[in-house]
Structure formats: C-alpha cells, structure tokens
Design a protein around this ligand. Structure first.
Ligand SMILES: Cc1cc2nc3c(=O)[nH]c(=O)nc-3n(C[C@H](O)[C@H](O)[C@H](O)COP(=O)(O)O)c2cc1C
Length: 369
C-alpha cells in the first residue's frame, strides 16, 4: 500500500500498533507495519532494557516510542511512602468492598512493595522525563509520539534534527490544531471508542474533522479500528493510516496474563466503559466490579493523576493474586467485542488487509450499474 505515512516511514502497510509490549512492537514492524512502544510509565532503566531487546530482534525495521512529556508530569516522590500520600477514606473504600466480596487481602509486605514499585514508575520529574527522552534518542527510533499534550519545542527540534518524525495523540480538532502549530509531522486522532484515555467525540466525526483541520499533515485514525472494514472506513474518511491499541491485547504476543485474557475475550463492545477509577482521567476500560465501585453513588470522588493510578495498584494486585476475574479490568476500546480468541500479530494484520481488500472490492461494485 502507498499512503503519505508509508512513504514517510518506508513501511509497506499503514498499520501502527501502539503497545506496552515489546513483542507486539517487533511483530508489527516485521509484518510491514510499525510498532510503537508505550513507555509513559517506564523508568529510564526499564526503557533502555526494552529498546535494547527491540533493537536485537526487529531486523532493522522502523519502530517508535510513545511517552508523556513534562507538561503532563508530576513529582510525587517527596520522600513519603506512596501509600501515605493517598487519602485513607479512598484506600479503605475500595479495599472494604473487596473484603466484603470475599477477595483475600494481600500480605502487608506485598502491599508496601507494590506501592513502592508502582510509585517509582508513576513519579515523574522533569529530570526523569528528560532521562527517558535521552534513552529513546540513543536508539534508532523513527517515530516519537506524545501521549498527552504538546511536547516541548526542544524535544521536537532535537528529534527532527536526528531524522525522527514526531507525532501526538489528539481527541478534538482544537487539540489537533495546537499540535499542528507545535510542528507535529503526524497527528493521531483518537475517537471516544478507543481504549485508554479518551475524549468524547466519536471517530466517525473526529477523523474527517481533524484531517481537514491539519491538512496537509497526515492523520492516523485511532479509536475503533480492529479489522479491515474499519481500516477502509478510516482511509475513506481521509486518514493516511490506522493506529490501533486494543486489537493487540488479545494477540499471542500480548502482555496480558491468562485470567485477563479470559476477561478480554469475553468482553462485548458495551463492556468497554469510561471510568475515572483507573487513572483519575476519563479512561475507557473493561467494566468490572472495580469500575462499578468508582461509579457508585456513594463512591468517593476519584483522585487526580497520578494518585488514582497509585491507588488502583493494590486492588488490581489483589484481584490478580486471587484470580478474581470479576474485579479485573484493563484499558480497552469498544473493539474489544471483536477480540474473541488468540491470534498472532501477523495474522491480525493479514486478516485486516484481506478484509480491507474485500471492502474495497465491495465499494467498487456499488459504482457499477
Ligand atoms: C491498554 C492500553 C493502554 C494505552 N496506553 C496509552 C499510552 O500510554 N499512551 C498513548 O498514547 N495511548 C495509549 N493508549 C491509546 C492507544 O494509543 C490508541 O490510541 C487506542 O488504543 C486506539 O483505539 P483502540 O483501542 O480502539 O484501538 C492505550 C490503549 C490501550 C488499549
């Protein structure tokens, strides 16, 4: 296939895989698309490890890194134990509900260890952000993506001088305009259907709006793309490629454990709900007793970023340890209803392309008399 982004990155298929899992990144790039590693919550040491592994396995194919720059960062270290900075009422609310529902408690040392580990990843100072960027720059990345907000101009300039293309996710045409002004090479427009942090405008409306607003900057369509018919719709609406997240969660290569996979395969599109209980910002994730708990009338108001994410660590681990699938959740978009069995990344891409070709053929027949 040939679009503005296949030309820009020298790839054969305009399919981008956002993933926190290095295996998915490598498999996508090897299949002819482009894998982009979600590094937002990694420490610099962890990112270095992951990128080294990718370099060793990707056969020189292009790949990217997605991170959060300092405008959205927060320093929560301050020398305090992470659990102590959380309001007690919030911690007790969710833990009491789990106890009442028979979910075993975690041993105290496990709780403490978990908070330390979680908070180390979520604490984000200017220095840590810069260190993460420096790590990325030491590797042959071809695409640097800002997950939230406009990246600082020195980051954009340095990346571009090194021949790296810069992109950003947006959920409205207003955000798209700001990112275009900041010099993005690619805009990723994510409709509300998408997994993770998400806005309120649906893909069908958002994609063409953003395409028109930022032209001639190429737009990748995100949110609700998991098969070839959806890909055909995205390209028909003016996108130059698709950026998918949820569809990779069900692949053989994905990071999900067996219990979470069961939850994912069973989930319908209506189960991908917006919750504030995950991170404190509107985030689309699979409905569970955990998301329901934070949506209840008597629930405390979820905390802000990154405190709600820190708070969610203990209940998530409690559910995982006790195999309580009814309490498990994971960021997922509405296409989760299409993810029903394990497939390899290569197979997902192959199916997408076959279905895309069928869809195009069908469209052509509609023009004949
Ligand atoms: C599990 C998960 C985690 C995500 N985390 C991030 C992230 O850290 N940074 C980011 O830019 N986007 C993140 N996203 C959003 C994806 O980049 C992508 O835009 C979205 O998944 C597209 O919609 P889809 O889920 O319908 O494919 C995440 C999505 C999922 C499913």
């Amino acid at each position: 296939m040939k679009t503005a982004v296949t030309e820009m990155f020298g790839i054969g298929i305009p399919v981008f895989a956002f993933s926190h899992c290095r295996d998915v990144v490598v498999a996508t790039s090897k299949a002819g698309g482009m894998g982009v590693l979600g590094a937002a919550w990694m420490t610099p040491e962890h990112l270095e490890q992951e990128l080294k592994w990718i370099d060793e396995h990707i056969d020189g194919k292009p790949y990217g890194v997605d991170m959060i720059f300092t405008s959205a960062a927060s320093d929560i270290s301050g020398g305090k134990s992470p659990r102590k900075i959380l309001p007690r009422g919030h911690v007790e609310y969710i833990n009491a509900l789990m106890t009442e529902d028979g979910v075993p408690e975690l041993p105290q040392e496990d709780v403490d260890g978990w908070y330390e580990e979680y908070a180390a990843n979520l604490s984000f100072t200017q220095d840590e952000s810069d260190a993460l960027f420096e790590v990325a720059m030491r590797h042959p990345i071809k695409f640097l993506v800002s997950a939230l907000g406009v990246p600082p101009s020195h980051v954009v300039e340095r990346a571009r001088r090194a021949g790296i293309r810069v992109g950003a996710l947006v959920g409205s045409s207003r955000q798209a305009e700001k990112q275009a002004d900041a010099g993005m090479d690619v805009i990723i427009a994510q409709g509300t259907e998408g997994g993770g942090h998400t806005g309120s405008v649906a893909s069908m409306v958002l994609w063409p709006e953003v395409v028109d607003r930022v032209a001639p900057i190429p737009v990748l369509a995100a949110g609700g793309v998991g098969n070839g018919r959806q890909m055909a719709a995205a390209l028909a609406l003016g996108a130059e490629g698709v950026w998918c997240g949820t569809i990779w969660l069900g692949t053989v290569e994905s990071e999900l454990n067996p219990d979470m996979r069961d939850v994912l395969y069973a989930a319908k599109s209506t189960d991908a709900v917006i919750t504030y209980g995950y991170t404190g910002k509107p985030c689309r994730a699979i409905r569970s007793k955990y998301t329901e708990a934070w949506a209840a009338d008597d629930a405390p108001k979820p905390l802000g970023v990154p405190y709600q994410s820190i708070l969610s660590g203990e209940p998530f681990r409690r559910a995982e340890r006790s195999h309580r699938k009814d309490w498990m959740t994971y960021a997922s978009g509405q296409v989760v209803g299409q993810v029903n069995e394990p497939k390899t990344v290569k197979q997902v891409i192959f199916d997408m392309l076959t279905e895309y070709a069928d869809a195009m053929e069908r469209m052509e027949t509609l023009l004949q008399d």
